[in-house]
Design a protein around this ligand. Structure first.
Ligand SMILES: *Cc1c(COP(=O)(O)O)cnc(C)c1O
Length: 389
């Protein structure tokens, strides 16, 4: 299918490969290996495999390839490599291009496991990592010294929803010769413009919105063909971070409904943020879709997640969580089911008190991932839980 069609159309049809049966719904190829027609054909494939030639499922598989191509086409990237989880994608995007002596600059507001890779693993191998406040361009300008190898950030941070100016950071990074790696989970492929804003590699945990129904783990690294089919694929295929074909098939079918789901979830998040704004029991309502958000202009679509900060601190936050009927207490996001999380005691528990304070992960902060239920029900549930708390 040619690239002239819109993202939403490509999300339904892009990357499809048909077997001899002409099946309409994409097939699930649960196979690790492939039968070569001759010894010569096997030899030729090991020298260079064509786009529809596979060797071993750790390297590639037809169902996985459909998922990679469909996601790449809607992201506007030349190529993609699908991974076992979002963390396999973050690890692969970083490790594939780094060596001892390199310098990386990262935004300090990061998902816990991303922080672990940057803070604990990379320095063990002689990679120097500096952290900046991702919303402060002066800090990027100072930290990204000439020869810096890569910059890494979450375009919208978790759980405080700071939005980073991808185009401006990419400009600073490229001037120093650094590769720009963006973890774009909160933006979602629906609202992402990361490639046109200058990202070199875009990383997703497809566990989140792409599956969108909380079933499977998955991830992807998207970018120029030379990088993805070169160092990224070489690193991933030899270190074992391949996605299961079954999970890739779930994700591939998830892409068909991604646009509808994410737009409905974002509309719900906006309605909830507006309904809670001004509530005296809340010290903050954080949602990039609100004009009151400091980086509203960078992400006016707002996404599917908001955070609220209860003035009554941890006790009030726990009382709210324990009174909710529809919202589930969990730590996933992007799911069809609405999920409430208390970051300070779960996802961000590992951070010291000082770092929590610097990131404003306060005891009263509750992250709300908005699902596909009726937004009016979600608002009623929150309001009655708040009244009881
Ligand atoms: C969930 C998440 C990850 C990790 O993804 P997994 O699929 O759980 O490995 C990485 N970055 C961000 C921003 C996430 O939200």
């Amino acid at each position: 299918m040619t690239g002239k069609w819109s993202k939403r159309t490509q999300a339904v049809h892009g990357g499809a490969r048909r077997s001899q049966y002409g099946e309409l719904s994409e097939a699930l190829f649960l196979t690790q290996g492939f039968d070569y027609p001759s010894a010569g054909a096997a030899e030729a494939r090991f020298i260079e495999a064509g786009p529809d030639e596979f060797i071993y499922a750790r390297y590639g598989n037809p169902t996985v390839a459909m998922f990679e191509d469909r996601l790449a086409v809607i992201e506007g990237a030349e190529a993609g490599f699908a991974t076992a989880s979002g963390m396999a994608a973050v690890n692969g995007a970083l490790m594939a291009g780094l060596k001892s002596g390199d310098r990386v600059v990262a935004a300090r507001a990061l998902f816990g496991s991303c922080l672990y890779i940057l803070e604990e693993i990379l320095p063990r191998f002689g990679v120097e990592v500096a952290f900046v406040d991702g919303t402060d361009l002066d800090q990027w300008q100072t930290a990204v010294t000439p020869g810096t190898r890569a910059v890494f950030f979450e375009a919208v941070s978790n759980p405080t929803l700071e939005v980073i100016d991808t185009a401006a950071v990419a400009g600073i990074a490229h001037a120093a010769g650094a590769t720009v790696i963006v973890d774009n989970v909160f933006t979602t492929p629906v609202f992402s413009r990361a490639i046109e804003q200058g990202a070199d590699l875009v990383v997703y945990s497809t566990t989140k919105h792409v599956d969108g129904q909380g079933r499977c783990l998955g991830g992807a690294i998207l970018g120029p063909r030379a990088a993805v089919r070169g160092p990224v694929e070489t690193y991933m295929k030899h270190t074992g971070g391949a996605i299961s074909p079954f999970n890739a098939w779930v994700m591939l079918k998830g892409l068909e409904t991604l646009d509808l789901r994410v737009r409905a979830q974002a509309a719900g998040a906006r309605a909830i943020a507006e309904a809670l704004t001004g509530d005296a029991r809340l010290a903050r309502v954080i949602y990039p879709g609100l004009e009151s958000h400091p980086q509203h202009a960078l992400f006016p679509e707002g996404g599917t997640v908001l955070s609220i900060d209860l003035a009554g601190g941890k006790d009030a936050a726990f009382a709210l969580l324990d009174r909710l009927e529809i919202w589930k207490i969990s730590n996933n996001l992007g799911d069809a089911k609405s999920i409430a999380t208390h970051p300070a005691t779960t996802t961000h528990k590992r951070l010291s008190g000082d770092r929590k304070a610097a990131l404003r992960i306060t005891p009263g902060l509750v992250r709300l991932s908005v699902g596909l239920e009726d937004p009016n029900d979600l608002i009623s549930d929150l309001k009655s839980a708040l009244a009881g708390a």
